[in-house]
Design a protein around this ligand. Structure first.
Ligand code: FAD
Length: 216
């Protein structure tokens, strides 16, 4: 039994069969792609800002400089955040049947500011640990000044939807004999070999969290 949309604004209308509100699906997409786009209103006009995101349980987080316009204006305001993975180009027998395979998430809500140096440090540590397990402890400790200069916003995942498009082109039967190639060009984001900094302290090997980093 499909889950109902958590709110009117998350109810998919267009190609709604591709949408889901299943938290396991939403979480998997958020955890697979660290890049998000945050849409917010600045002085009456829309701004969409790309940024890194990470999930902690039922909330999604993003951080930035305390001087960041987005961090200042989105705090306490309604935002719309999206995360997208492009999985393939779908080539059909007619122009408008072309499409893309993708996994995406859209989250609505009021962005909450994380308050207090201790809480900020704990969230930054979790962000780092999710991306690069074991790294935080090895780093030069964060300073009070750095924490002051950093803001963290978060959104609950209570108003979230996912949409997934997958599979071959869906040409109508009468178009299928048309003599033009059709199919899918799969797209994968690949992670390259880690490249050590040229001024690395001597004797350091590439850590496992760098060797094993993956975008799923
Ligand atoms: C990489 C990529 C490429 C795309 N290319 C196109 C394109 O070229 N043309 C096109 O028309 N559409 C494209 N889409 C689909 C597009 O994102 C919308 O789903 C679609 O255009 C319908 O928009 P709408 O405003 O009518 O949605 P509605 O159905 O009115 O949206 C209602 C609610 O459904 C949910 N929803 C809608 N879309 C998404 C989504 N993508 N992910 C998660 N939740 C969603 C949201 O909660 C939204 O508020 C693409 C999607 C992706 C990820």
């Amino acid at each position: 039994m499909p889950q109902p949309a958590p709110s009117p604004r998350t109810r998919a209308r267009r190609l709604h069969d591709k949408a889901t509100y299943d938290r396991a699906v939403i979480d998997a997409i958020l955890d697979a792609m660290p890049v998000a786009h945050v849409g917010h209103i600045v002085d009456g006009f829309p701004v969409v800002t790309p940024t890194l995101q990470w999930r902690e349980g039922d909330r999604i987080y993003w951080h930035g400089s305390s001087a960041s316009r987005m961090q200042k204006r989105a705090s306490g305001a309604q935002v719309c955040l999206t995360v997208t993975l492009l999985d393939g180009m779908v080539l059909a027998r007619s122009g408008l049947e072309h499409s893309v395979n993708y996994r995406s998430v859209m989250v609505f809500g009021e962005a909450d500011l994380v308050e207090g140096a201790e809480a900020k440090e704990a969230h930054l540590r979790r962000m780092m640990e999710q991306m690069f397990p074991g790294r935080w402890e090895a780093l030069r400790p964060i300073t009070a000044q750095e924490l002051k200069a950093t803001r963290i916003l978060s959104l609950p995942l209570s108003e979230a939807s996912a949409k997934i498009s997958a599979g071959p082109p869906s040409d109508p039967p009468e178009d299928r004999p048309w003599p033009v190639w059709a199919g899918v060009i799969p797209i994968r984001l690949t992670v390259g070999e880690p490249e050590p900094a040229s001024d690395l302290a001597p004797g350091l090997l590439t850590p496992e969290h760098a060797r094993d980093y993956r975008i799923r």
